[in-house]
Design a protein around this ligand. Structure first.
Ligand SMILES: C[S@@+](CC[C@H](N)C(=O)[O-])C[C@H]1O[C@@H](n2cnc3c(N)ncnc32)[C@H](O)[C@@H]1O
Length: 264
């Protein structure tokens, strides 16, 4: 029986918190933060309070704080948040940045009376829950945003992902991080654009690989027009789409969808 409860997700993200980020992502953090800052400024947010929605270990939180923004990071994984706050202290930006544990599906309850100038959901932190819940997350973002706020969501572009897999429905992938290896069997459902995976986590030891966990993972792969429609239905006017972390204009097979929205 697949179980998509909060507990399952917390367990999944606690496991993934044990793992390091892929180096390619780390190496381009400054480029990614520069693009975020450029887009925020272009749409009028030169300073102010930014929500890093799904902050992980504070990669973007810290980079934006270093660029002068005040940043609150929220993440469902207590292990990620603990690491994020340690890294914030090490970077010396405690006066500009802080991360807290919280579920973005109830963002209004997490932040209560704070209102944001910008909301950033970066590096595939959006799409775990399917269209209806994703829409309610966007409505929650509109609720905690100031009236002229800007939203930036960065996810993989479904069309480029499917092309890279030669449009196969079933595929397997592995990822190795430090002492852990993840082996996944995934299936893409064209009716919902949900990718559902069974992920096994193995720990390396002297005898080989020992299985330490097995859990389901699901992800909604969005096309640009679907994400734009979700924005429009939840209080955000889509105003620009960028196709990669270098800031290229969006093209049908761009690797990423970085969709800029203005609150309406
Ligand atoms: C791929 S990571 C990206 C982390 C970070 N944005 C970055 O760029 O390094 C996705 C993050 O989304 C978080 N997340 C997923 N669902 C969440 C939810 N409902 N509430 C808060 N955080 C969530 C995960 O714990 C994870 O840290």
């Amino acid at each position: 029986m697949e179980d998509w409860s909060l507990e399952t997700w917390t367990r999944w993200f606690s496991y993934s918190a044990l793992l390091a980020e892929p180096p390619s992502v780390w190496h381009s953090t400054a480029t990614q933060a520069a693009l975020i800052s450029k887009l925020l400024k272009k749409y009028g947010i030169r300073k102010g309070l930014i929500l890093d929605a799904g902050c992980g270990i504070g990669r973007i939180t810290i980079a934006l704080a270093e660029l002068g923004y005040d940043v609150l990071g929220i993440d469902i994984s207590p292990k990620f948040v603990e690491k994020a706050n340690e890294r914030i202290a090490r970077a010396g930006v405690e006066d500009k940045a802080r991360c807290v544990v919280g579920d973005l599906r109830r963002v209004q309850e997490v932040v209560k009376d704070v209102r944001f100038d910008g909301i950033v959901s970066w590096y595939s932190s959006f799409g775990f829950y399917g269209d209806e819940i994703d829409k309610s997350i966007l409505r929650g973002f509109a609720w905690v945003a100031k009236s002229d706020a800007v939203l930036l969501i960065d996810v993989e572009n479904r069309d480029s992902v499917l092309k890279a897999r030669n449009y196969q429905e079933n595929f397997a992938w592995t990822m190795e991080f430090g002492d852990y290896v993840m082996i996944a069997e995934s299936k893409y459902d064209p009716w919902s654009s949900m990718e559902r995976s069974k992920v096994s986590v193995y720990q390396k030891d002297i005898k080989g690989l020992e299985k330490v966990a097995e859990m389901p993972l699901q992800f909604r792969l969005y096309s640009l027009h679907e994400l734009a429609k979700l924005y429009k239905e939840s209080g955000w006017e889509p105003v620009e789409a960028v196709g990669d972390w270098e800031g290229s204009p969006f093209k049908p097979l761009s690797p990423r969808i970085i969709l800029v929205g203005k609150r309406y």
